[in-house]
Design a protein around this ligand. Structure first.
Ligand code: GDP
Ligand code: MG
Length: 162
């Protein structure tokens, strides 16, 4: 079986956009409203000749699920199924309570967790990623899933953990 990479994070940080970017296709549905990603959430990807499966855990929805419960379920899927977990957040809102909740759920796994900070579209935003050290998941990697910047560095880090 191929290594499995799971993307977790609170709603609206850009998980589906990053998933699309990693699989090089526009398969996942990206929406502004919360909880509307109802799409394919599992696909094969490749970086530097290394194939892996990637899961957009936010694309797995539960009807009427409370956000905290959905995030807990996403983290459980990632911890159970993945070889490498990418926790995604966004530089736009800074560190939120939900980010801290996600991070805390991930502390209990020994699997590698990579912290990526999305929506770092320009140098000013990239300079704001240092706040995310407070999540206790190591060096935050700035990415812009919509522009495509930083994705190569993130993928390098992902495949180095296989
Ligand atoms: P998800 O709920 O975590 O899956 O987030 P989505 O991928 O659906 O994205 C939520 C919103 O953020 C959409 O309006 C996206 O267009 C936007 N978005 C995603 N990535 C970026 C990015 O790198 N920069 C900016 N500025 N917006 C982004
Ligand atoms: Mg989504």
């Amino acid at each position: 079986a191929l290594p499995v990479v799971a993307i977790v994070g609170r709603p609206n940080v850009g998980k589906s956009t990053l998933f699309n970017r990693i699989i090089n296709e526009r398969l996942a549905i990206v929406e502004d409203r919360l909880g509307v990603t109802r799409d394919r959430n599992y696909a094969q990807a490749e970086w530097l000749g290394r194939k892996f499966d990637v899961i957009d855990t936010g694309g797995i929805t539960w009807d009427d699920g409370k956000i905290e419960e959905e995030i807990r379920a996403q983290a459980e899927i990632a911890i159970d199924e993945a070889d490498v977990i990418v926790m995604l957040t966004s530089v736009v809102n800074g560190v939120t309570d939900l980010d801290e909740k996600v991070a805390q759920l991930l502390y209990r796994t020994k699997k590698p967790v990579i912290l990526a900070v999305n929506k770092a579209d320009n140098p000013e935003q990239r300079a704001n990623i240092y706040d995310f050290y407070s999540l206790g998941l190591g060096d935050p990697i700035p990415v812009s899933s919509s522009h495509g910047t930083g994705i190569g560095d993130l993928l390098d880090e992902i495949v180095s953990d296989f």
